[in-house]
Design a protein around this ligand. Sequence first.
Ligand code: RB5
Length: 149
Amino acid sequence: MTQSKRIVLSSDHAAIDLRQSVARHLAAQGWDVVDIGPTTPESTHYPLHGAAAAQRVASGDCALGIVLCGTGQGIMMAANKVRGIRCGVCSDTFSARMIRQHNDANMLSIGARVVGEGLALEIVDAFVTAQFEGGRHATRVDMIEPAGG
Ligand code: RB5
């Protein structure tokens, strides 16, 4: 399995069922899914899981990452604190495609309390199949840096 087909998944307690559905969906498409949990339903802290998934992408271990929480917002914020991560929260397929094509996003976040399973899987498909367009978009992506260097 090539690194380019390895994808990390993580969530908090609010999105375990949807995360596991996404994992099955991607595995059926030939993705090497690295599902880092959690697997038990106890209340947990989304920043821990967002950061853990983001580290897998930032290190190069996984080409892409998908994180999920209730809204998708908190875990997206946590992932974006890791240098080199560009994570967008999406509730529609157009945005999921565009964050790859124009923003070279390497992570997607989904809110399990916002979108249903069918739409979530379509969002995942749009994200993982889109390609970065480069060119003028690369110039802009290169300008995304933490404030203060
Ligand atoms: C958990 O109740 C909830 O706050 C979390 O899943 C997420 O929505 C945070 O952004």
